[in-house]
Ligand binder design. Structure first.
Ligand SMILES: NC(=O)c1ccc[n+]([C@@H]2O[C@H](COP(=O)([O-])OP(=O)(O)OC[C@H]3O[C@@H](n4cnc5c(N)ncnc54)[C@H](OP(=O)(O)O)[C@@H]3O)[C@@H](O)[C@H]2O)c1
Length: 322
């Protein structure tokens, strides 16, 4: 089968380490099932793997791609929960299993014609979505769901700031928070992307770093260094910043004085449990939400997609159609 494979890692030139090539079909394992991949979407995680950040070099070569929508051998249209972990090892929360891993970390990922995954990871695709749309959900939308509702405890009427509005996680957070009845403020670096944020349900959209009309209860942060100071300034006393990513860098000034004086809560968030994933799918189906797709590309043009993601040129998810 054809697949996009990380064959090496290079911090300066990650895309030179990605090759589309013929590979053997996946092996069958007890308790695992094969899915014919119809679509898979790009995540920053794939770029981090190619850069050699947070990914063990001994797992190279590996097929990239954490997001899968496809069809099972018995014809079910499905999406794949992307975390491979043992809930018991995480005291009931598989995101806390010290040995958890995401598809494409220790097991081949979804930029391929077929993928083998644990049977528990296969859930029904929301019926109103195409495979391309459904392939945007697994990582970005379940991460956003956990950030908002588990870690951030967002409720109807809360005020939520989403930084870097056009990103995969961020755009999902705008839609989910708005569907839950929160008042959503969003920031983005371009006017076009701020328009996108408004179309997704944000009440108002601002340039990165701009003063908001009021302080917020929760900030959804995936940008990191470039927006951290602003995120802290925007919180009401006692508010929470939920952080799941650091696209622009990992080491901003901590501003510890502001954190203790205003009794701010800084909460990390990674992935989602299978239960959160299933609830996210239910919200998407119930509210007829649709992920924002920047572009759909064939597997052979995957480098073009990653180049756009690397330059921050995309608005919404970049999808590979298999
Ligand atoms: N912990 C987890 O489980 C988890 C899951 C998914 C993703 N992540 C991480 O979360 C981050 C976002 O992932 P993603 O897939 O949503 O990425 P993405 O789609 O590429 O979005 C990144 C967003 O960050 C903003 N941004 C980037 N550089 C910026 C800068 N210098 N200043 C201001 N804004 C900037 C951009 O927003 P604008 O262009 O709109 O300004 C961009 O849309 C990544 O670091 C990823 O590794 C973590």
């Amino acid at each position: 089968m054809r697949a996009a494979v990380a064959i090496a890692q290079n911090l300066q030139d990650p895309l030179s380490c990605l090759q589309v090539k013929d590979v053997p079909d996946p092996d069958q394992q007890l308790g695992w099932t094969t899915v014919q991949v119809k679509a898979s979407s790009l995540n920053m995680h794939d770029l981090w793997t190619l850069r050699g950040v947070g990914h063990d070099p001994k797992n190279i070569p590996i097929i990239l791609g954490c997001d899968v929508a496809g069809v099972t051998e018995d014809g079910r249209e499905v999406v794949v929960y992307p975390v491979i972990a043992d809930p018991d090892a995480g005291f009931g929360d598989e995101t806390l299993d010290p040995n958890r891993n995401l598809l494409s970390e220790s097991h081949d990922g979804g930029f391929a014609e077929y993928i083998s995954v644990p049977a528990r990871c296969v859930l029904d695709k929301p019926a109103h979505l195409s495979f391309e749309e459904a392939a945007c959900l697994p990582v970005a939308w379940s991460t956003a769901y956990r950030m908002l509702f588990t870690q951030g405890q967002v409720q109807a009427g809360d005020r939520v700031l989403v930084q870097g509005a056009s990103g995969g996680v961020a755009s999902a957070a705008i839609q989910l928070a708005s569907a839950a009845g929160a008042r959503v403020y969003a920031t983005s670096r371009t006017a076009e992307k701020r328009e996108l944020a408004l179309s997704l349900g944000a009440s108002e959209a601002f340039e990165s770093g701009a003063r908001l009309p009021e302080r917020v209860d929760v900030v959804i942060e995936t940008v990191g260094e470039a927006t951290w100071a602003h995120s802290l300034r925007c919180l009401r006393p006692g508010g929470a910043i939920v952080i799941a990513g650091t696209t622009s860098g990992t080491s901003p000034e901590a501003d510890l004085g502001r954190i203790f004086y205003n009794q701010l809560r800084v909460l990390g968030s990674t992935g989602s449990t299978r239960t959160e994933f299933a609830r996210m799918l239910r919200v998407v189906e119930q509210m007829k939400l649709r992920p924002t797709i920047d572009r759909v590309l064939p597997l052979e043009q995957i480098h073009e997609g990653f180049a756009a993601m690397e330059k921050g040129e995309s608005a919404g998810k970049i999808v590979i159609k298999l």
